[in-house]
Design a protein around this ligand. Structure first.
Ligand SMILES: Cc1ncc(C[n+]2csc(CCOP(=O)(O)OP(=O)(O)O)c2C)c(N)n1
Ligand SMILES: CC(=O)[C@@H](O)[C@H](O)COP(=O)(O)O
Ligand SMILES: [Mg+2]
Length: 633
């Protein structure tokens, strides 16, 4: 079938199972081909082809509402709702978003990117539906990984209590990004192998009706028998005990099985959970065989061999540098313990995990728990490191404030994917952490200019008690600087002058320092001498150096890949203001007050004006008239 001709899912209503099989094949071929060019979340999408087709056949989107948890597995839904023709632009600048997007389609009723939000949102929609007196079906689709998130569990508690009509699809592929972990996953494992509960339950209810009613006592006894049988037949009745009818397990690649369970769910009252078993990567051998999560969010690949097409990189990724440094340090310091909320693969912690399986805790998608767990470890004189993506750190804000910083505990946060991340877009940009961490008492924040300085920062943070420390590191690879020298501690709270200059000062940190240095070089050619300062400690700032600038009265530009409101530049302004240096002329460059969509980081930097050219323009404008005139000559 020509998938690009699909306008909406109506055509599916009349499809036979054979036709659905053929369409599932075409969709898989389409995805494998399109994603081979620029990558994307292929494995999760290949796993939900039959499920998505059946949902769109049996329900009426957009009246009935599908809420895709995380949202990374909504590609098939996008194809069926008329967006196949845009797949060449998937996750590209100004192109199709990699997650559901309300502005893209009326069928995208809920946006996500972060996990475990679908059940709460579905509950909100179900309450609204009942208050308005309408009758649509609300259908959150949540993975076994996302189910480990605290929000999902909070929502289940409420859903079971309220008893609103809702069909929860639990898409269980035994995988988070890597193999799923935790006691809930173990419980699902037992359910996977148990018999089909809904059939057993129907038989039981039939049997009960046949028992003649001899008053309340017999009825009560019959209920008890039913409960006992339920316990005997189902190894875990977690959902039923919460008041949510459990149906399944269902073969998520079998149209008949899927349809019969979903039809049953459709006519059920109250909340129902349909436990669907799928295989991540289904239909593409290299992705099916993936046991570590390499095909979760894949880059471009060769279709025939399944080999990834990677640009030749001479430098290690920043994540790898942190992972390796922690492994090295942990050899000498047995107090170092690493906590990862489901991101062992992305943050390159497999080496640490292999070397110290007892000292790495993958806690599943549980950023809040990860943070307070680390706080607990710190109270017991351990050296916990929470390896966390900047964007997911947002989930743990209260735990950082209340549990870690308030008690001034020695917890190190290695804040991965800090700054713009690119193709994942606005849900994932790591641009808020400086603003939200800077305001918390006791928290220190650093970012290295290159991979060597990053390594030195990890050493610095762990060499003696420092209170809470956050070390930011960007997505991607280092600059390729030599790592031959032994790592060393950096004097806490100090900045570094990278280039001398007396007309003005550019203050920045991390990869953007390269742009600053290039700008300074080009400014020199027009007679402007710009000092470039590596403001590697975002907090505490190097006040002695700020005082020098104030004394010299030279204009200052601050540059950061973070939001301007409350960011590093704000900190510099606050300092000058607080110290009474009202004469200081400061221009802050950073991320404006809006969400930044997907695209290559380079394109996004251009969009927000964080380029060498823009720095040069802003520098020239900031300088006093006399210096500007000198530059024009
Ligand atoms: C709050 C949060 N933490 C971490 C992630 C990173 N992440 C994205 S998908 C994923 C695994 C989700 O597993 P599951 O829900 O089972 O979906 P699957 O990929 O198996 O289809 C993780 C950990 C996230 N998106 N949101
Ligand atoms: C959907 C999600 O949250 C992750 O899969 C994320 O896309 C991973 O990002 P990285 O590719 O930066 O590890
Ligand atoms: Mg999963």
């Amino acid at each position: 079938m020509d998938l690009e001709s699909i306008q909406n899912p109506q055509f599916l209503k009349k499809y036979t199972n054979e036709e659905l099989e053929a369409l599932a094949f075409d969709i898989r071929q389409f995805l494998i081909e399109k994603l081979s060019i620029r990558g994307g979340h292929i494995a999760s999408n290949l796993g939900v082809v039959e499920l998505t087709l059946t949902l769109h056949k049996l329900f009426n989107s957009p009246k009935d509402k599908f809420l895709w948890d995380v949202g990374h597995q909504a590609y098939v839904h996008k194809i069926l709702t008329g967006r196949a023709d845009q797949f060449d632009t998937l996750r590209q600048y100004k192109g199709l978003c990699g997650f559901p997007k309300r502005s893209e389609s009326e069928h995208d009723v809920w946006e996500a990117g972060h996990s475990s939000t679908s059940l709460s949102a579905a509950m909100g929609m179900a309450i609204a539906r009942d208050l308005k007196g309408t009758d649509e079906h609300i259908i959150p689709i949540i993975g076994d990984g996302a189910l480990t998130g605290g929000m999902a569990l909070e929502a289940l508690d409420h859903i079971g209590h309220e008893q609103k009509n809702m069909i929860i699809i639990l898409n269980d592929n035994k995988m988070s990004i890597a193999p799923n972990v935790g006691a809930l996953n173990n419980m699902l494992g037992r359910l996977r192998t148990a018999g089909k509960y809904h059939k057993v339950k129907e038989d039981l209810e039939y049997l009960m009706k046949k028992i003649p009613a001899f008053g309340g006592r017999l009825a009560a006894a019959a209920e008890r028998i039913k409960d006992t049988v339920k316990y005997l037949l189902v190894s875990g009745v977690f959902f039923e005990e919460l008041g949510i009818t459990y149906l399944g397990p269902v073969d998520g690649h079998n149209f008949e099985d899927l349809a019969s369970h979903l039809r049953y769910a459709k006519k059920s009252k109250g909340p129902v959970l349909v436990h669907v078993l799928t295989q991540k990567g289904k239909g593409y051998k290299p992705a099916e065989a993936d046991a570590v999560g390499s095909w979760h969010g894949a880059g471009p690949y060769k279709i025939e061999s399944g080999a990834f097409i990677k640009p030749v990189q001479s430098a290690p990724s920043y994540s790898q540098v942190v992972g390796d440094t922690l492994t090295e340090l942990a050899k000498k310091d047995e107090k170092i313990v690493v906590v990862s909320p489901a991101m062992v693969v992305g943050s390159k912690l497999q080496g640490f995990q292999k070397a110290f399986p007892d000292r790495l805790f993958d806690v599943g998608i549980a950023e809040q728990h990860a943070t307070t767990l680390a706080a607990g470890l710190a109270t017991q004189d351990m050296k916990p490191v929470v390896s966390i993506y900047s964007t997911f750190m947002q989930r743990a804000y209260d735990q950082i404030v209340h549990d870690v910083c308030r008690q001034n505990l020695d917890v190190l946060f290695t804040v991965d994917r800090s700054g713009l991340v690119g193709a994942d877009g606005e849900t994932h940009q790591g641009v808020f952490d400086i603003a939200f961490l800077r305001s918390i008492p006791n928290m220190s924040i650093m970012m290295g200019k290159d991979e060597k300085e990053l390594r030195d920062m990890v050493v610095t943070a762990l060499d003696k008690p420092r209170g809470p420390v956050s070390i930011r590191l960007p997505r991607g690879n280092g600059l390729g600087v030599s790592m031959d020298e032994a790592p060393e501690s950096i004097p806490f709270g100090t900045w570094e002058v990278l280039r001398r200059g007396q007309d003005m000062a550019i203050l920045s940190f991390g990869p953007l320092l390269q742009n600053a240095l290039e700008a300074a070089k080009q400014l020199q050619t027009v007679g402007i001498s710009a000092r470039v300062i590596n403001a590697r400690f975002i907090k505490p700032m190097d006040e002695a150096m700020l005082e020098e600038l104030a004394h010299e009265s030279i204009p200052v530009i601050t540059i950061e890949e973070g939001v301007l409101k409350g960011g590093f530049g704000s900190g510099v302004l606050e300092y000058f203001h607080g110290a009474g240096h009202h004469h200081m002329n400061v221009d802050c460059m950073g991320i404006p007050d809006r969400f930044i969509e997907h695209g290559a980081v380079k394109e996004l930097l251009k969009e927000v004006g964080l380029t060498t050219d823009e720095i040069i323009l802003r520098a020239k404008k900031l300088l006093p008239k006399t210096t500007q005139e000198r530059a024009l000559k």
